[in-house]
Design a binder for this molecule. Structure first.
Ligand SMILES: *Cc1c(COP(=O)(O)O)cnc(C)c1O
Length: 389
């Protein structure tokens, strides 16, 4: 058996006909920018995230950039965030001229360590940019409390967390702005790039809408230097169909996660993402990430010849799973603060010890709504075989 880490094949079979119909309708209309589909998606998405406004844009990266720009964050400002994220989180901060300041993560949930945030606040700090990594909501009550006491803005990176909530309220509805990505592998994925911001603040929504269209509040009248960052009508049409299924798909992901957790919990050498699943958080399970804590599986590896160059237990484990037909992905092998592009920020190995350790241990198991029971069992059996005594 071959298990892919992620697949859209089944989803395409399920909703392909419906999507083809709306795509043809948009195509034949000849109106590809804005229009009905974009307007109705923004309305539906704001409703789903329980905010007053939603503005669509070209990508999750652009959503972050537009959010920071709308809050006047730029040259000389600092934004506190996590180094354990996709590169775009920090890249957006740098793109607007500000400086990302990283805090280490909580090893229990891989999210920003809430006790470390106030330690890095300086007079230049303007905002906190928490990431709901892998779909797990960070404690937004604590983030908002820290922000309020220190007079900081909050931009939520919800790229992996559409449909997740903290204490029953969707992520993206707590901060000044929530930022979402519709990259195809996210829980709500377009057939290409797409993104959206959510906010309850009318002024911010207006500013973001203008910035996303060349800083142009009226046709050919430009009040700021903006971007060309729109969601295509074709993508909006697809997202309108998919949004109605989002919660159902997340429920299926959750069932898979619960199965993995219950079946793998007997393996001491694996750290499961269950430690900090408080009753307050509803995880969207964009990724199911485990940590390989030791090398006790090595004795069960059949062929080691191809593995001699690997330097971590995790990489050995990944190779062996691949050999057995279970294909996995590493989110993320190198933390942002150690990326060559960020050398000038001055972080070195050891700057964020927990982030660095976790990056060397994590591996994401196959998870997508249509992953069948027998496929889940296959993944579980192969892992159990590797760790048997
Ligand atoms: C995917 C992702 C982004 C960027 O989204 P794009 O749509 O690919 O630009 C930002 N932050 C996180 C955490 C992501 O996973």
């Amino acid at each position: 058996m071959q298990i892919p880490p992620f697949s859209l094949d089944e989803q395409i079979s399920e909703i392909g006909d419906e999507i083809e119909k709306v795509l043809i309708k948009v195509f034949r209309s000849g109106k590809y920018i804005g229009g009905e589909e974009v307007a109705s998606f923004e309305k539906a998405f704001a409703l789903a995230i329980e905010t007053s406004y939603s503005v669509s844009c070209n990508s999750g990266t652009d959503a972050l950039i537009l959010a920071l720009r709308s809050l006047n964050i730029g040259e000389g400002d600092e934004v506190i965030t996590s180094s354990f994220s996709f590169f775009a989180t920090a890249e957006a901060i740098t793109s607007v001229g500000a400086r990302p300041v990283f805090v280490d993560i909580d090893p229990e949930n891989y999210l920003m360590d809430l006790d470390l945030i106030e330690k890095v606040i300086t007079p230049r700090t303007k905002a906190i940019l928490p990431v709901h990594l892998f779909g797990q909501p960070i404690d937004m009550d604590k983030i908002m409390a820290i922000a309020e006491v220190n007079n900081l803005k909050v931009v939520e990176d919800c790229a992996q967390a559409a449909g997740a909530n903290w204490r029953g309220k969707p992520v993206g509805s707590y901060g000044d702005v929530g930022c979402f990505s519709f990259f195809p592998t996210k829980n709500l994925g377009a057939a290409g790039d797409g993104g959206a911001i959510t906010t309850n603040n009318l002024e911010l929504a207006k500013t973001i809408r203008e910035l996303a269209v060349h800083g142009m509040p009226k046709r050919y009248f430009h009040t700021s230097i903006g971007y060309n960052s729109r969601l295509d009508s074709l993508q909006a049409a697809i997202l309108n169909v998919k949004l109605t299924r989002l919660n159902k798909w997340i429920e299926r992901r959750k069932a898979i996660a619960i199965n993995y957790i219950s079946q793998l919990s007997s393996i001491e050498s694996i750290e499961l993402p269950s430690n900090n699943l408080s009753n307050n958080s509803f995880h969207s399970w964009n990724q199911f990430v485990i940590r390989i804590m030791d090398n006790s599986f090595v004795k069960n590896i059949k062929s080691t010849s191809e593995n001699v160059f690997d330097n971590t237990n995790r990489d050995l484990f990944k190779n062996e799973l691949h050999r057995l037909g279970v294909n996995t992905i590493i989110y993320y092998p190198i933390p942002i603060h150690l990326q060559p592009a960020y050398r000038e920020l001055g972080y070195t190995e050891g700057s964020l010890p927990i982030t660095e350790k976790v990056c060397s241990q994590v591996i994401s198991l196959p998870i997508f709504p249509e992953l069948e029971s027998i496929q889940q069992s296959y993944v579980i059996d192969k892992i159990k075989e590797l760790f048997k005594n």
